[in-house]
Design a protein around this ligand. Structure first.
Ligand SMILES: Nc1ncnc2c1ncn2[C@@H]1O[C@H](COP(=O)(O)OP(=O)(O)O)[C@@H](O)[C@H]1O
Ligand SMILES: [Mg+2]
Length: 216
């Protein structure tokens, strides 16, 4: 299985944009590629999930929701708690099996986590364990706002201390202006390469974002 596992410094930092951008970048290489969001929460009023919509639309060939997400929880809350409320038990092995199944028939997968790297999924395991089980190189999305340097370095430590492969980080502008020194601080203090900086743009465009990526 080839591709990337996309994690982030937080929720709302640009993981979905960057995941969809990786999908489009692989598609631009002429590859069949699946954007996956195995655990999603936060259903919109029309019954859809924003992340699933973005990833299914970007994929080649386009996918259905069931081919993108395994566990979907309507409330916009932490997944382990959403599962608990729904009376459902998330099984890590099921997620791993799902991703490997979806990877058949495509040349690349892009798996988006939820929230940050140490978000739990079950009482004993979380996205870090899923990333380890999948064995895909990890891409860390860093939302370029004040505090990002600390969150980014903490997340690097968590990934590297588990001896996982961290391919690099991608910065995303979250506002039309950057806090002074943020990019410089990341460039000087991150232990892994920068794979791209996605400029501020609206409406969000994965195709545009893809042109700002170096894909591993
Ligand atoms: N490059 C960017 N330009 C403009 N807005 C951005 C950019 N990257 C992220 N955002 C903003 O951040 C929000 C969250 O992005 P999203 O990819 O959904 O994050 P996550 O998947 O980490 O929750 C977007 O809805 C958008 O408002
Ligand atoms: Mg997302």
């Amino acid at each position: 299985m080839k591709g990337v596992f996309v994690t982030g410094t937080d929720t709302g930092v640009g993981k979905t944009l960057v995941s969809a951008a990786f999908v489009r970048a692989y598609a631009g290489q002429g590859r069949r590629v699946a954007g996956l969001k195995p655990v999603v929460s936060g259903m919109a009023s029309d019954g859809t999930y924003e992340d699933v919509e973005a990833l299914t639309r970007a994929s080649v060939p386009p996918r259905t929701m069931d081919e993108c997400a395994l566990y979907a929880f309507p409330p916009a809350i932490a997944p382990h708690f959403a599962a608990q409320q729904a009376g459902c038990r998330i099984e890590l092995e099921e997620i791993e099996r799902f991703v490997r199944e979806q990877a058949r028939g495509v040349e690349r997968v892009v798996v988006e986590g939820a929230g940050g790297f140490l978000v739990p999924l079950t009482p004993t395991a979380g996205f870090a364990d899923l990333a380890a089980a999948l064995g895909l190189p990890i891409v860390l999305v860093v939302g370029l706002r004040l505090g990002a340097i600390n969150h980014a370095r903490l997340t690097c430590e968590a990934i590297l201390s588990r001896n996982l492969t961290l391919a690099g980080w991608v910065g995303t502008w979250l506002a039309p202006d950057l806090p002074a020194g943020t990019l410089e601080g990341l460039r000087d203090h991150m232990p892994v390469p920068c794979l791209g900086i996605i400029p501020y743009h609206t409406p969000l465009d994965p195709e545009f974002a893809a042109r700002h990526l170096d894909i591993p």
